[in-house]
Write a protein that binds this ligand. Structure first.
Ligand SMILES: Nc1nc2c(ncn2[C@@H]2O[C@H](COP(=O)(O)OP(=O)(O)O)[C@@H](O)[C@H]2O)c(=O)[nH]1
Ligand SMILES: [Mg+2]
Length: 445
């Protein structure tokens, strides 16, 4: 490790700010810091206010310097330093080019600090992914899930691994000492514990669908007839003109997406082409309708919009989309002449994108529906396809272990199960995984 590159990065966003933070990690950090400070290293893990100088002695900035030697514990497990400097372009640029000119140093790749922390054994791969999620979190629920992921997921995995090792040990004892005085029910116990673990892992693999939605956002599709007011509603909820609104029917063809924070949940709202009899429209609009149906089919919730203006005529293209995943909404309620004409038996919220009436109630109802989708689930959810595949592989190996006819074959399946968990935390098959995991990161983390 001694000849390993030292890395540096601007860890705050580029641009002008009050303060910018630069991070350094690697064996060359102590020397670089002495040079930059033209003097001795500050005491470890303390804020020290120091002058930062170029090699010719020119003052670049006065800032806060924190020296984090490896032996005192640092994020990456290597010698590290943090420089908190004035967040001006010239200050930052001068420091970055000075660091780049040091022979031992190079700019960090995305996620490289966390990758080094993982390689030093300071966190496992699931926790490293959660760090990326925390940096990317836009809503309260995403933040909670990411924070839970940095510790609670690791805890759940450790408990399963511990249980698996214990089961394997008992089974090996039965294999190695068949004639010894082993408890008669040993094998029965091994089987019961294996079945319990299989159930737990299978359940965990199923939670990934929801975990992934919480991490990446739920999808809510707006559907309805042309001119029902879908694009206007999307714009009103997004508070910006994201989609073109026009009285011409068939204006929207592509699916327009906007990100919303709905009571702490990340949501992607989809505006779609209006649905009408396909024979009447041109090929481009037909493609738009195909996309609208496809995205609505994949969405977590569907808002089905009915135009108050044309009530009580209900168009059947739209009515067909009402099911238990959908929420019926009456648009343009400002145009309703003399009170609502309730369409046959349909319970619908009334909104106006023009006056804003009903928008808050709609948001509240959508938030309730999304909350329902997560009911009973804690924050620490597995949330990646990678997780699902490993958990399912582990559960399958346990299933095979239960079906094995001989203890020796069962033991082999338990080993396969352990290695599936080992892959999940990044102990096995590591090289293959690392690039794809750390690609998600930003530079400086
Ligand atoms: N009065 C009124 N007009 C609306 C409302 N929402 C949409 N419109 C009008 O209805 C027409 C179609 O709207 P648009 O949002 O493009 O509908 P889309 O085809 O479903 O996307 C436009 O002329 C809009 O100005 C509303 O809440 N009140
Ligand atoms: Mg539209």
């Amino acid at each position: 490790m001694a000849d390993r590159d030292s890395i540096f990065a601007l860890s705050t966003p580029p641009g002008t700010g009050a303060i910018a933070v630069l991070r350094l990690s690697g064996p060359g950090v102590g020397d670089a810091l002495e040079e930059l400070l033209s003097g001795p290293l500050p005491p470890p893990r303390r804020f020290s206010q120091r002058a930062l100088r170029a090699p010719d002695g020119e003052l670049l900035d006065r800032g806060v310097v924190v020296w984090l030697p490896a032996e005192a514990g640092s994020y990456t497990g290597e010698d590290m330093a943090e420089l908190q400097v004035h967040g001006g372009l010239a200050v930052v640029r001068s420091l970055l080019s000075l660091l780049a000119s040091l022979p031992a140093f190079r700019p960090a790749d995305p996620g490289e600090f966390t990758r080094r922390a993982f390689e030093a054994g300071r966190l496992d791969l699931v926790a490293a992914e959660a760090v990326a999620d925390l940096v990317a979190a836009e809503t309260a629920r995403q933040r909670r899930q990411a924070l839970a992921g940095t510790e609670a997921l690791t805890g759940r995995l450790a408990a399963w691994e511990g249980a698996l090792v214990a089961v394997s040990a008992r089974l090996e004892a039965a294999i190695d000492f068949p004639d010894e005085d082993l408890p008669a029910d040993l094998l029965a116990r091994v089987r019961a514990e294996t079945a319990g673990l299989r159930d737990a892992l299978l359940a965990a693999s199923y939670e990934v669908a929801l975990g992934e939605r919480l991490r990446q956002g739920f999808e809510i599709a707006l559907v309805g007839a042309p001119n029902a007011g879908k694009s206007s509603l999307l714009n009103a909820l997004a508070r910006r003109e994201a989609a073109i609104v026009h009285e011409t029917a068939g204006t929207t063809r592509d699916v327009v997406e906007v990100r919303l924070d709905l009571a702490g949940f990340a949501v992607t709202l989809l505006d779609t082409a209006g649905l009408r009899a396909a024979a009447a429209v041109d090929p481009v609009e037909q493609e738009g309708m195909r996309r609208a149906r496809a995205r609505a089919a994949g969405a977590d919730l569907v808002v089905v919009l009915f135009d108050s203006e044309i009530l009580p005529v209900m168009d059947h293209e739209t009515l067909d989309l009402v099911d238990d995943r959908s929420l019926a909404v009456l648009s343009k309620c400002d145009l309703e002449a003399g009170g609502a004409m309730a369409p046959g038996g349909l319970r619908a919220l009334r909104v106006s994108a023009k006056t804003g009436e009903g928008l808050e109630a709609l948001q509240q109802r959508l938030a309730e529906r999304v909350t329902d989708l997560c009911s009973g689930q804690g924050d620490a959810l597995f949330n990646r396809e990678r997780h699902r595949a490993a958990l399912a592989a582990c559960a399958e190996a346990l299933e095979r272990a239960l079906a094995a006819r001989e203890p020796a074959l069962m033991a082999e399946d338990l080993r396969v199960a352990r290695s599936a968990l080992g892959r999940l935390v990044g102990r096995i098959d590591v090289e293959r995984l690392l690039d794809s995991v750390f690609r998600e990161f930003c530079i400086g983390k």
